[in-house]
Write a protein that binds this ligand. Sequence first.
Ligand SMILES: O=C[C@H](O)[C@H](O)[C@H](O)COP(=O)(O)O
Length: 234
Amino acid sequence: MSNTELSLQDKAKQRAGFKAAEYISNGMIVGLGTGSTVAFTMARLKERISAERLSIYGVPTSLQTMMRTGALGIPLVGLEQVQTIDITIDGADQIDSELRLIKGRGAAHVRERIIADASKRIIIVADPSKLCADLTGPIPIEIVPFSLPHVLNRLNQMGGTIQVREGVKKDGPVISDNGNIILDYQPITILDPMQLETVINMIPGVVCCGIFAEFTHKTTVIIGEENGPRIIGL
Ligand SMILES: O=C[C@H](O)[C@H](O)[C@H](O)COP(=O)(O)O
């Protein structure tokens, strides 16, 4: 797509995504997130690989990213082949003032959390619409299919509303890359993101939810503002 065809929001994503690619240097192992914003980072990395002979290996967080990087020719390694990941670049659905996140609109948050945890540093790329004073939800939750009635019961006891995410081009529930079901849980309020994350993640059957509150100490956020990328955090 040419630059003139991009929407204003896509241009903002592009500014953030391109800026993040500058943080990558020769020899790095790079966690590659999922979604439309980090797709711009991957496009820029492909250019740097050709123009500067940049030598990197990516660790993908989803089948979508695996397919995109395959098409771009970015070399990949599996998590089992690396000790640690130098930097992970990923998107987010909501970012609060303390750099806590909600992720998982694309149902990739389980693998994204694993890669984030294995990374020395995390760079989150986003357009300005993702910034908020406080996280509000909905919160994506990946669950083992067998546990559906139990998890629905437990979340109902907590209040709020829950939807089993359904496919757009598929009848029935969305199935994640891990073979699981995705719920979208709208709590009444999120007073303490870390506490709510812990409570949801402890429900048997939940693989994990999309609140990422534990990585703020190693997170940088890049917002693609109109007059240039804004860096928040480290
Ligand atoms: O499951 C999807 C991921 O958490 C994405 O990183 C997140 O939804 C942001 O995606 P986008 O950059 O397309 O807004």
